[in-house]
Design a protein around this ligand. Structure first.
Ligand SMILES: O=P(O)(O)OC[C@H]1O[C@H](OP(=O)(O)OP(=O)(O)O)[C@H](O)[C@@H]1O
Ligand code: HPA
Length: 180
């Protein structure tokens, strides 16, 4: 049940999400055919997307979990990456697909990509369920994107506001009066 006091327009329904995730899983399976990949789920936001996407991928894959936070120092767009929980497998020579719920400024994914590049993987690609290009500060683009969105604060399907709403099965706009 949508709470009309907090949740505004639903921009992607459960059905929209299912269809798009199926398409992404098919595309990824085709493009990595004959290879094995490690899906790197970036906690917490991408737990739902990773779980659904993994089940639409039909090539051999393993799933690892990582939690990070990015700080911008205010003067550059690079910020710095704090690893809260690292993956615990070596990745040299492996194909990595980093899975994010959303790219906003791009600082998190840009730093993650740079960090994984230093670990000598065979390849690193990026998959984001949502992309907000209008907010970009760091020079990064995902290889696979579910939906490109406008600059609204979104919740649901893993995305939170103050740790709430991650469990909503749809993506909705959080009403401005709720967080301003
Ligand atoms: O492109 P950026 O501006 O760097 O923002 C995107 C990041 O912000 C959110 O994570 P958050 O740090 O809120 O943690 P969470 O996944 O636990 O909600 C989101 O899950 C991305 O990881
Ligand atoms: O729109 C958003 N919603 C939730 N978390 C986020 N992190 C970056 N952008 C968003």
């Amino acid at each position: 049940m949508i709470d009309p006091k907090t949740i505004g327009e639903v921009i992607y329904t459960r059905e929209d999400i299912k269809k798009r995730v199926e398409e992404l899983g098919k595309q990824i399976s085709e493009e990595y055919a004959g290879k094995e990949i490690i899906l790197v789920c970036i906690l917490k936001g991408s737990f739902a997307f990773t779980a659904d996407l993994a089940r639409e991928i039909d090539i051999p894959c393993s799933i690892e979990f990582m939690q990070v936070s990015s700080y911008s120092n205010g003067t550059t767009t690079s910020g710095s990456l704090k690893i809260i929980k690292d993956i615990n497998v070596p990745v040299d020579g492996k194909h990595l697909l980093i899975i994010e719920d959303i790219i906003d400024t791009g600082i998190t994914l840009n730093n993650l990509k740079k960090m994984f590049d230093t670990r000598n993987p065979a390849s690193v690609k990026l998959c984001a369920f949502l992309d907000k290009p209008s907010r970009r500060q760091a020079p990064i683009e995902a290889d696979y994107v579910g939906f490109t969105v406008e600059d609204n604060f979104l919740v649901g399907y893993g995305l939170d506001y103050a740790q709430h709403f991650r469990n909503l099965p749809y993506i909705a706009i959080l009403k401005e009066e709720y967080y301003k």
